[in-house]
Design a binder for this molecule. Sequence first.
Ligand code: COS
Length: 383
Amino acid sequence: MDFSLSPQEARIEADARAFAREVLAPRIAETDLGAFPFESLREAGRRGLLGVKIPQQYGGLGASMVAHCSVIRELSSVCPSTTVALAVSNMVADMVLAFGSEAQKASYLKPLCSGDLVVGAFALSEAGAGSDAASLRTRAVKANRGGVDGYVLDGSKMWITSGDVAGLVLVMAKTDPSVGARGITAFLVDKGTPGFEVGRHEEKLGLRGSSTVSLSFTDLFVPESQRLGPEGAGFSVAMTALDGGRCGIGAQALGMGRSALEACAKHVERRKAADRAQGTEQLTQFRIADMAVKLEAAWWMVLRAASLKDAGKKMSREAAMAKVMGSEAANDVCRMAMELAGAAGLDRTSPIARAFRDVRVSRIYEGTSEVQRLVIARSLVQP
Ligand code: COS
């Protein structure tokens, strides 16, 4: 088994590293204070990073899931806030590619990849439907407006990444509330559609530069041409998106873990106690080694899930495993880095403090650690 990157993947990873260094790094302070990274995302679009897996004919890089995860890890090791907006946008583009009609691909993929739509957003969660996503209550009712067949959406969503800035929102709504998950349908909703309203902005512990909002839809009409996939296929669209997304969150968390480890290693090299560098103490060395082992092991699991996706195989379980392992390893590493850095780690602007704050949500969003364990266990224990 060979998990080394292909020449194309290695080039894309190097390009992502250069983008992170040249574009993201100089803006970290303002992004961490809550400025949405419009300019960085625009530049990401110019470099193809908003459509890593999208074929070149539609404006993307036409690369693999392995390349996508490598990009996400590189970018999040510098600016996880920008990375989450970029990752969700890639996920929305992937769904348009996988489930969209030719007309939908033609109208949305190029503007998503170039950044003309700023980013895409994914609207599944609701106040009463987080982990139990199938219980969502947003309704989509068939209607004809001005001679055009379509649907009227009513309801609200919560915790929507980039929901206020996105030019396109992928919305899951119930077309048939009597049949649970099978009654959910996916819709492509353009920013500015009458009836679309942005609500509260969340004040988050970390990922401060990523915008997280609630959305509400009131008598919002979408023509039938905006339905993504058949009626009733929306839950499968959402779960397919999340299979890829979860693998990406593993990669994202590991990028943050890597930045915490690197900052911590630098700190213990410099820090002296009783005339000896902290990094020469065996206790410190063992901890640093444990941190590196956790990150490396989890990265191999991300690559395994990603390569299954590239081979066109089902990878829900492996994506869940990669997310549990990646996010929990990275949370452990950031906590251990905090402990080794002592008071230096408490500086709010230090890479260690930032990673410690930013990484926490990786165990929560795109399915909590508990949801991932449910997905894994269900694949092993049949009812
Ligand atoms: N890919 C494609 N289809 C899938 C799928 C997947 N990974 N997982 C489930 N489905 C399909 C099933 O095949 C089933 O279809 P049929 O009824 O036609 O057989 C349907 O979806 C319902 O599946 P299931 O019964 O497993 O759904 P549950 O309601 O039990 O939900 C969990 C399962 C908990 C896994 C799901 O609700 C979930 O992932 N919750 C977390 C949501 C989340 O991550 N939210 C974060 C939003 S983004 S921040």
